[in-house]
Ligand binder design. Structure first.
Ligand SMILES: C[S@@+](CC[C@H](N)C(=O)[O-])C[C@H]1O[C@@H](n2cnc3c(N)ncnc32)[C@H](O)[C@@H]1O
Length: 256
């Protein structure tokens, strides 16, 4: 299906692929993918990659995935590619891991499109920040524990996190892209008043066959992670809720 320049319909769809399981892709995302002429997809889309390779062989599939430090394409190149395909009249899907607006640079992509007068739709996805801990039997909120939930990036472009405020907040902290700076960030939380015994879980490669859950506390988790050779992608959960995993993990089922 193609649109012309005169079409009023959206040309670009910024689509959240969810945490990588096909049946956690939204119905809307699936419908839009089915109609796409071009799909520019990220690395962290799990089973959805096989799905598009199998079912969208007729579309132009572009792997623009990038991993920490090893960029396949810069954000500027990706923006330009989306624009170029849209200008050609293609129905373009930009398929992103999790939710496009949760540390996914979807915000920058839609800004760029708006600046170039291109209409877009954003399809929310289930973010790994929530889904991955859930799958690991960690409820991110629980009335017995912290009354707030904070999502942060472990890799800030500029140092703007107020670690003192964060440490004092009584919040469960979820860190994305946090493996590289795990040691530094745990140290900052302790230095700013968080108890060293605060439980921490790292969930590596959530929803994949290689999924691992590593548990410790603020003081020892970086050493444990180093010994176990933990690698990205991983979600880090800091807070008392992590303790619940021990009670729940043997009873939590996940149907494949
Ligand atoms: C650039 S962010 C994108 C987040 C994405 N927009 C989302 O909503 O899930 C990439 C980070 O998400 C987390 N992540 C994504 N998929 C994951 C998975 N399957 N298992 C563990 N962490 C994951 C990791 O922290 C990774 O470094």
């Amino acid at each position: 299906m193609r649109f012309t320049d005169n079409d009023k319909e959206c040309k670009v769809y910024i689509v959240g692929a969810g945490p990588g399981k096909l049946d956690l892709l939204t119905k809307r995302a699936e419908k839009i993918i089915e109609q796409a002429d071009v799909i520019l997809y990220d690395e962290l889309i799990g089973e959805i990659k096989e799905f598009i390779e199998k079912n969208k062989a007729d579309a132009i599939l572009v792997d623009v995935g990038k991993r920490s430090g090893k960029h396949k394409k810069s954000q500027e190149e990706i923006n330009q590619l989306i624009l170029d395909y849209a200008k050609k009249g293609y129905k373009v899907v930009r398929l992103k891991g999790g939710d496009p607006f949760i540390f996914g640079r979807g915000g920058e992509e839609v800004e760029f499109l708006a600046e170039h007068g291109v209409k877009f739709e954003v399809v929310p996805g289930i973010t790994s920040a929530i889904a991955v801990p859930t799958k690991a039997a960690i409820p991110l909120t629980h009335r017995k524990f912290d009354p707030a939930l904070v999502f942060i990036t472990g890799r800030e472009a500029k140092e703007r996190i107020n670690w003192r405020a964060l440490a004092e907040l009584n919040a469960t902290i979820v860190i994305l892209m946090g493996v590289g700076k795990l040691k530094e960030n745990c140290k900052k939380l302790i230095e700013n008043g968080k108890t060293p015994e605060t439980p921490v879980a790292i969930i590596e490669k959530g929803f994949s066959k290689e999924e691992r859950v590593i548990v410790g506390n603020l003081e020892n988790i970086s050493e444990i992670a180093k010994n176990k050779n933990v690698k990205p992608p991983a979600i880090i959960v800091i807070g008392e809720v992590v303790k619940l995993r021990e009670k729940l993990k043997d009873f939590l089922c996940f149907m494949d």
